[in-house]
Each structure stands twice: as structure tokens, then as C-alpha cells.
Design a protein around this ligand. Sequence first.
Ligand code: ATP
Ligand code: MG
Length: 562
Amino acid sequence: MAGFLAKGAVSIKDIIAPSFIEVDFNHLKIDDKFYRTLYVVGYPRYVSANWLYPLITFDHPLYISMYIYPTEAKVVLEDLKRKIAEMEATIEGDIKSGKAVDPTVQVALDDALALQAELAKGSERFFQFGLYITIPADSLDELNQVAKQIDSVISSLLIIAKQATLEMEEGFKSTLPMFYDRLGVWRNIDTTSLAMTFPFATASLTKNEGILYGVNQHDGSLIIFDRFTLENANAVILGKSGGGKSFMVKLECLRLLMMGVDVLIIDPENEYEKSTQSVGGEFVVFSANSQYKINPFDLTTVNPEPDELSNKILDLHSLMRVIMGELTPSQDALLDRALVLTYRERGITQDPETFKNEPPLLEDLFKIFTGMETPEAKELADRLEKFVKGSASGIFNHQSNFDIKNPFTVFGIRDLEENLRPVAMYIVLDYIWNRVRKDRKKRVLIVDEAWYLIKQKDSGAYLHSFAKRARKYQLGLTTITQDVEDFLSTDEGKAIITNSSLQIILKQSTAAVDKISQTFYLTGGEKHYLLSAGVGEGLFFAGHSHVGFRVIASEEEKTLIE
Ligand SMILES: Nc1ncnc2c1ncn2[C@@H]1O[C@H](COP(=O)(O)OP(=O)(O)OP(=O)(O)O)[C@@H](O)[C@H]1O
Ligand SMILES: [Mg+2]
């Protein structure tokens, strides 16, 4: 009964099957697509490595199947012995009857003898090889046209191919990835030739749009690419110190700027100063007596998110942990209350209308803590004091006094004390976040020496959330770090890598390469390449493609960036 009912039911096959198939002499029509299959009957005498490359990278989709069947050397040897005897007899016959020896027979005999020796030694094995190609097309015209082009590619490879006339259905099935060799047209081929046939093609990353990233090391093609066409525009750049990370990014910034993309850079070494000058950008330098001020309590009044204030308080909470270090759970709760209170004293609540009020300053939070008069609050106040009264107060305890207007704006923080840099980076990131939400346009934000942020859990998590949120505002985050080990051993670092469609790995140290290999599933060859790579050389991952590449700059560009 169950079987009877099943007969009437719709199965998956019914759903995915085409509504009709029309089989013609030399094409097949499935729904509204046309197909034609070719099989190869003759191969060139010599082949070189990756000789099928022109066919495999042909600029039209093709279904290419290769069937490889090992054969017993014994059988082949016997065949070969017979063939050799035949050819020797032919030649001898010619000589005896005083005729000139046919040179093609002589060549074939030499080949056969060489092969016999290789087979007998066991250094070569024998295979039967079938090569079929199906061309899909949207119309019969297109099919004929593509078939013609394929024909010329094939003859340039010295391959002889034939249409599988009257066998189109078998041909089509033979090129589906199902191991259905319905054509059975095979030729003998030895191990070396077979190995040469293996399609070692590199991914081509040459697009019509975008900027130059470098030269593909495998085939010399240019890597031209628009990162904004990827799932997200984020990038990570990992590499040993001096490997050329900053150099590469400076080049990218120059080239992106020409394409109308705005560039924002957080620069802990003040090394983007030259580039900034060259392009007429703005270099915002933070030091104890800097003219630029940022207030971390700023709220955005343009396009606030529904829970703007709550999110801001969360972010400030993390910032305070970066400033004050580890907090106990009760200190944490205290901090939360204090932050809400600080805003409330300025009349700022969840209502976006109130965001127009002047935001509080760090010293207001400090006052709240001192006003609480508990030992716990006192301790927090002490930890904050340096930022309110000490050296850092010059920058982050004032209302923000500038706007990002220049399409190339760099935040230089080298002149701050080393332990202040992560705090400054965090605050600048947050400031930029508020700014980019005001108007949507293509921007990149570069965070150089990102390990300053990653080594601390809260700032690492902030950078990660930044990477996740960036896409919504057409922002591409570039994270650069030399401290690969630290970066890859934190959850935040790994998450940032996962959230970056573009991944660039430059020269690596022996210490870091194993971790890199594991994370990026590198082959032995790629691992070795990273170890021996020169300055500006590495691997370029975009989506699913990866290639070895080298960053190149023109002399003109070099003078602009260093
Ligand atoms: N593709 C390149 N072509 C020519 N010179 C390069 C290239 N890449 C880097 N260099 C040279 O190598 C130097 C070091 O490169 P860069 O400052 O970019 O290293 P880095 O990876 O950022 O190092 P760190 O981690 O220490 O910041 C540069 O000053 C530049 O002169
Ligand atoms: Mg650098």
C-alpha cells in the first residue's frame, strides 16, 4: 500500500528534472539551454606542463571531463612488442627493397622503444585517457559561435576533437560530475603526459574595475580588484615586521583616493605623514598639547540607532575597562550606573531629542564617582584621574572641536605614551564610527598596528564589532598587524579575519607560519613561499580565490609615500 501511494507522490527528482529534453544530431536542448559535446581523438606528440590551460580558462563556461583508467603494464608491453616488431619489419623491408626509410615510421619506432624501456623499468605507467568537453549556450547561434572558437583553441593545442554526433545525450551525461563514461573514447597516455595534463590553473583576479594590488606570481597577470564588490569591504593584512604591510596600504590608499573613496587612517607610528602631505590630506596629531580634541561621550544626532544611548553606554563601558583595567562584577555594575547618571545630569535620556544637549565629559564621570563616597567608587575615581587631570586630559577631556572633512584624514598617535595608545585608538575609532554614520559613502578605515587593540579583550571586541557593522555604512576596515601569533590566538582576532573578505598575508617568520597555515589552510608550497618571500611578496586571498602576489609601485608613487 505504501509503495502504491509513493508512486503518486512528487519526489525530488520530479521537482529538479527538466520539463523536456530535445535530442538532435549535434546538439541537445534542455529547457531553454543548448549543449554540444566534443570528444578528443588525437593528442600532440609532446605536451608541456598545464598544456590544457587555454581550454580550462576559456572565456565561456565549459563542462570538461577527464576519465583516467590505469592499465596493466603487462598488456601494454605485449602490445608494444608487437607494434615494435611490425615497425622494425617495415623498415627492414624498405631497406631490403632499396626504398628510402619512411621517417615517420622511424620516429614512431624510436618513441615506442623509449617507452618500452621506461615501462619495463617501471618508471612510467600506462593509462587510458578520455577527454570530453560540453559547451552550454543560451541559443543555437551562440552554441555554433562558441564551438567555432573552441575549435580554434583546440587546434592550436594540436588536439584533434570531434563532435559526438548522434551521441549528444551520452556526451552530455559523460561530462556531468557523475563518473558516467558513456562515450568511451580513450587514448593511451603515460604518467608524465598525464601529470602534465593536470589543470594547475591559478585563479585570475583581473577585473574590469578596481585598483591594482599587485602582480600574480604564477602567471604574471595583474591583480585588479574592487574590494567593495566583495561580501564586505574589510581586509586583514598580516606579516612580519618590515614585510611591506604599511607600504602596501599606503599604495592602496593612494589608488583608492583616485577612485573617489575616502580614506581614514589610525596611525600609531606617525608613518603616514608623507602620504598625507602628498595628497593634501589632514594629519590629526594627538599629543599632550595637541589642538585637536575628541570627547568620547559624543552622541550622534544624525541617524541615531534605536538604542543609541544604550549602545553608547556599552561602548563607553568597554572603553572604561581599557582605561581602568580589570573590574570586579560590583565595580562593573557601579560603572554602569555612573555612566547613566553622567548623561542624565546633562538632561540626556533615551529620547534622541535630548542628544542635542551638550554631552558630558570624562571629568563629569569622575565627579560622579567622587560624589558616591564609597571605597569602590573612590578606587574607580583614582584610576580615572590620570585622564581627567594628568597628561591624557589634554585630548580626551574636552568637547570635540573638529570634523572629518578631508577625504584623506590620518590620526597620528605616536606622541602619546605607549600605554595610552590603545585608549586613543579606541576613542578615535568610536569618533569615526559616529562620523561615518552621518552620510553613507565609500570609505576605508585603516587601523595600523592593530595588535595594540587586540591584546586587550575589550578593545579587541570593539574592533570586531566595528568590522561587523562597517558594511552597513559602506565602510571597509583594514586591520594591519605584525603580531600574527597574538592576533590568531585571540577569539577577537580570529573573528576579525572571518569578517574580512580580503586577506593578505605577507612574508612570515618561522614562528608564525604554522599558525598561519592552520588558519588559512595553506598548502606546503604556500607555507614555504611565505617563509622565503621577499619584501612586498605574499598571498592574496579574495573570497575563494588565492594567489601568490607581489606589490609593485611606480617610482612616482614611491616618492609620494616615502
Ligand atoms: N612592494 C615594495 N616595493 C618596494 N619597497 C618596499 C615594498 N614594500 C616595502 N618596501 C620597503 O620596505 C620598507 C618596510 O616596509 P613597511 O614599512 O611597509 O613594513 P611593515 O610591514 O609595515 O613593518 P612594521 O610591521 O614594522 O610596520 C618600506 O619602508 C619600503 O621602503
Ligand atoms: Mg608598518
